[in-house]
Ligand binder design. Sequence first.
Ligand code: HEC
Ligand code: HEC
Length: 190
Amino acid sequence: MKSLIKLKPAFLLVFLSLYASISLSADISTGEKKASLCVSCHGAKGVSSNSQWPNLAGQQPTYLIAQLKAFKNGSRKNSTMQGMVASLSDDDFVNLAAYYASLELGSAGGDPALIEKGKEKFTMCAGCHGSDAKGRGNFPALAGQHPKYIATQLDNFKTGKREGGPMAALSSNLSSPEITALSAYLGSLK
Ligand code: HEC
Ligand code: HEC
């Protein structure tokens, strides 16, 4: 420790930030154990059987961590999830996110009659969510998600119940039939 004290402050900062990132390094198997708290709703492999509960399998880890933090600090409101994360730490979030991101994306399916319409409309979303709708970084994967969950979130962005950066303005331009079609298309993807 004595030699550390002699280091220039800039070096010390680098050292400390490296240490912080190491202590937050992701551990999939620890995340899998923690996920025993989540399976009753989000499913055994992160694919849920109830359309109110989003699939988490194959989701972008950066996005998952951001959402878990948002539930914890109350900027995203849902009483069930706010209760779930209350006693979890940032380390838990990182491990849970690594675990869910490592699983295979699900496919919820969607109404075939609506899929074509939704596919056309999705061109305006692909710039952020990816042309395959698998997301990246802070942009969530939407492929294979439950259509009902997607439609609810789009409504929540529209009414301001959920804050979502660019999604507030984007969803305000979507009609109810467009939301239904987009949700069917996204749910049908694998
Ligand atoms: C009792 C049911 C229940 C349990 C248990 C539960 N969740 Fe959830 N979870 C929900 C619901 C409902 C939502 C949708 C909230 C909304 O509409 O905003 C959700 C949403 C989420 C989201 C946001 C997903 C997205 O695509 O934005 C994440 C991440 C999440 N849950 C992770 C977890 C984790 C990790 C656990 C375990 C520690 C867990 N959940 C336990 C019901 C549950
Ligand atoms: C400019 C970039 C951008 C565009 C374009 C965009 N999104 Fe998003 N979208 C985001 C971001 C960022 C989030 C995460 C918001 C948050 O942090 O809660 C998001 C979140 C979402 C969610 C919530 C997912 C979940 O798991 O809860 C849905 C659904 C969604 N977008 C659908 C769409 C659709 C449909 C379109 C096209 C009509 C679209 N987005 C266009 C950036 C974008």
